[in-house]
Design a protein around this ligand. Structure first.
Ligand code: BG6
Ligand code: MG
Length: 222
């Protein structure tokens, strides 16, 4: 394996929780309540598409104009940006600093494939911006996850063929994107939500290079 392509939110740090809280607050304001189970369907999904899914869930798709929807998404983003000002390097999820170090020591290239337009700010706050050889800009893409475009772009920026890349995700849509890109998919989450991943762990401190490479060999991926 020559490259590891990472999702950010929910894999390197727990911003998935901040997204959930900010959407939940907006939902409550417009009379749509949802739980963590529904929230799984928002993970990895762009800001506008997430709003569309929430409105559809509350049967309120027709209640807002495009302009109003943009306003609602901006409102959520303001709350989210406020929440992420608290982030420090301490907020890297357990085991992540060691895992990134292990990958680097083995001369494997690393990229970020996050749907978030806030990713650069978060990477700076976490103090890991310099660890990555490439960061895909989601604003330059045509299609969001589960389309493989973002992972393929990451591989292209690194100059590594997709079949020599590992993709790491916490979102169902993200695992689907990695699989469709022809990469080895590693999931972080419950066995149920990560059922389509080639290999998965429940917590980030279980991620090791050796464990992933062994799983890839077992699946005859290498
Ligand atoms: C993804 C998150 O990483 O980024 C989604 O999993 C989020 O929940 C998406 O909607 C877009 O993020 P942002 O920061 O551009 O609103
Ligand atoms: Mg994620």
């Amino acid at each position: 394996m020559k490259a590891f392509i990472f999702d950010l939110d929910g894999v390197l740090t727990d911003t998935a929780e901040f997204h959930y809280r900010a959407w939940k607050k907006l939902g409550e304001r417009i009379g749509i309540s949802f739980d963590r189970e529904f929230n799984e369907q928002l993970k990895g999904i762009s800001r506008m598409e997430s709003l569309e899914r929430i409105l559809a869930y509350g049967n309120k798709e027709e209640e807002f104009t495009e302009e109003e929807k943009k306003q609602l998404a901006a409102e959520k983003n303001e709350d989210y940006k406020e929440l992420i000002t608290q982030i420090t390097p301490e907020d890297l999820l357990p085991g992540i600093p060691e895992f990134l170090e292990e990958i680097k020591e083995n001369d494997i290239r690393m990229a970020i494939a996050s749907a978030s337009r806030n990713a650069p700010v978060i990477l700076e706050r976490l103090g890991i911006m310099e660890e990555f050889d490439a960061i895909v800009d989601p604003a330059q893409l045509q299609r969001g996850k589960p389309d493989p475009e973002i992972f393929l772009k990451g591989a292209e920026l690194l100059g590594v063929p997709p079949n020599e890349c590992v993709g790491i995700e916490d979102a169902e849509a993200g695992i689907e994107a990695i699989n469709a890109a022809g990469m080895f998919s590693v999931g972080v989450g419950t066995p149920q939500s990560m059922k389509d991943a080639d290999y998965s762990v429940e917590h980030t401190d279980q991620l090791t290079l050796a464990g992933i490479l062994e799983a890839a060999r077992e699946k005859q991926y290498l």
